[in-house]
Design a protein around this ligand. Structure first.
Ligand code: NAD
Ligand code: TYD
Length: 370
């Protein structure tokens, strides 16, 4: 079959990548979607079980750091678009093992860029109708101050006057955000130096189904379910801006098709929450859905030593994307959290598969020293 487009999605077996792959495979049957993923501890093909038999979907197990392999794949499938999500993504792991983050996030991105460059420059149309779309994070901008710690009259965000805009100076603090910042710079350098058509987007914290249960929301839902302690870092005052993962995937679709080359777009939901307030929402929701008395799990909250270099507040200004491309988040947080909690409670076997068996070593390794 001749496909209209041949797109590599890297990291498609991970959390956000699986939602992007699913959206593209279903929405564009005339595109071939090639999911390139190394299947690290965070990659799980069960995330894509519902679309794996689709004729326009292909999975390739490969390491993005392997330049020869990336080039061969681009040539074999006449790739004209790359949506790059593969990364090491957990801040706590980056504090323990920064090398792996530099390897995948920096060298992996560079190897993909160089493979795309060699492939596209040797094709007759060169860079015409090609796109290298790099998915990044708001964490590259550093941290904002908490100048309104009480929030608005209802105790909600914004928790400060300042927001990250596309021109905010990079100021990463964790090895994770430093590696992502470096990869963003390489992507822009390939545009400026070689004329490669690139786009970078920086998104706020995502939540939703299929997130690896080392991140705050799935970890805590699972712990409440099993009456395990909920390790809140520091005093739980840190603020994050949360976006439902399918809204991020829709933004990626919009930007891939209509975004302007060489631009940066911030993606976020204007939805700031203090960690401790999120934890209380999770407790309330899980207890209600499990039929526990209200407040039954509040005693699980356990304040633990703060994360080293813990960024105080992230808040994204995504008005450029709303103004120029008309994207808006579709879900209110309450609705998104309800859907998310229900999904994890209904998919206990997905969680069990990760916290036992083949994944056991990775998971236990991470939590052994807490
Ligand atoms: P994830 O950790 O759930 O998934 C990462 C995927 O990349 C996994 O499937 C893993 O197997 C794969 N991978 C890792 N190293 C690889 C390598 N060397 N070669 C090939 N594949 C490899 O991550 P996520 O939360 O889905 O994040 C995806 C992207 O979005 C990342 O680039 C991350 O920086 C960015 N991002 C994430 C968030 C968030 O809240 N999760 C927010 C903004 C941006
Ligand atoms: P996380 O989900 O790791 O995302 P990120 O660090 O990329 O923002 O963490 C979200 C927030 O929750 C962050 O401020 C750290 C905090 N946190 C805890 O308090 N306890 C935990 O066990 C985890 C994983 C995170």
């Amino acid at each position: 079959m001749n496909f209209k487009r041949n797109i590599i999605v890297t990291g498609g077996a991970g959390f956000i990548g699986s939602h992007v792959v699913r959206l593209f495979v279903r929405k564009y049957p005339d595109y071939r979607i090639i999911n390139v993923d190394k299947l690290t501890y965070a990659g799980n093909l069960a995330n894509l079980a519902d679309i794996e038999a689709c004729p326009n979907y292909l999975f390739v197990k490969a390491d993005i750091v392997d330049f020869d392999r990336m080039l061969a794949l681009m040539q074999e499938y006449s790739v004209d678009g790359v949506i790059h999500l593969a990364a090491e993504s957990h801040v706590d792991r980056s504090i323990k093992d920064p090398f792996t983050f530099a390897r995948t996030n920096v060298m992996g991105t560079l190897s993909l860029l160089q493979a795309a460059k060699v492939h596209w420059e040797s094709s007759p149309a060169k860079y015409e109708d090609k796109l290298f779309y790099h998915i990044s994070t708001d964490e590259v901008y550093g941290a904002l101050e908490l100048t309104r710690p009480e929030g608005d009259a209802d105790g909600r965000g914004p928790y400060g006057e300042e927001f990250f805009v596309e021109t905010t100076k990079y100021n990463p603090h964790s090895p994770y955000s430093a590696s992502k910042a470096s990869s963003d710079h390489f992507v822009r350098a390939f545009h400026d130096t070689y004329g490669m058509p690139t786009i970078v987007t920086n998104c706020s914290n995502n939540y939703g189904p299929y997130q690896f249960p080392e991140k705050l929301i799935p970890l805590f839902i699972n712990n409440i379910r099993h009456r395990r302690p909920l390790p809140v870092y520091g005093r739980g005052e840190n603020v994050r801006d949360w976006l439902y993962v399918e809204d991020h995937a829709r933004a990626i679709d919009t930007i891939f098709h209509r975004g302007k080359v060489a631009e940066t777009y911030n993606i976020g939901g204007f939805n700031e929450w203090k960690n401790i307030d999120i934890v209380k929402v999770l407790i309330r929701t899980v207890d209600r859905l499990l039929g526990n008395p209200e407040g039954a799990s509040l005693d699980l909250i356990t304040y633990v030593t703060d994360r080293a270099g813990h960024d105080m507040r992230y808040a994204i200004d995504s008005r450029k994307l709303q103004r120029e491309l008309g994207w808006e988040p579709s879900l209110q947080f309450e609705e998104g959290i309800e859907k998310t909690v229900r999904w994890y409670l209904d998919n206990q076997s997905w969680l069990d598969n990760i916290t036992s068996g083949a994944y056991e070593n990775y998971y236990n390794d991470m939590y052994a020293n807490r």
